[in-house]
Design a protein around this ligand. Sequence first.
Ligand code: AMP
Ligand code: ZN
Length: 113
Amino acid sequence: MSDCLFCKIIAGEIPSKKVYEDDYVYAFDDIDPKAPTHVLIVPKKHIRGVKEATEQDAEIIGRCHVAAARIARERNIENGYRTVSNVGPGAGQSVFHLHVHLLGGRPLNWPPG
Ligand code: AMP
Ligand code: ZN
């Protein structure tokens, strides 16, 4: 999608610090990290958000979480990390290309704010 920040990052039109990439997903450091590890994992396919996803998108959303687990393993934060998707503006979604936040490297409170 031409007017989407994360589509531009995936295309390399906007720079990012790449953490992981495969045929389906792209992962990069969040520009405003909220934890020592704060990585965004995004499907290469433009999906507006979790609530707009269809059944056909289920596999790629799962792939985002599998990629997050792989990154957590590489970062040695497997003992406790969090994967979060903010769904809708009321929950803080500010970029409307589906993404999973991977947060770790510090104690994580529950429930989140
Ligand atoms: P959300 O608010 O859940 O939609 O998450 C969007 C995330 O994208 C925020 O955590 C931002 O810090 C992050 N972000 C915005 N612009 C960039 C960028 N150019 N590079 C990396 N992360 C970004
Ligand atoms: Zn997009």
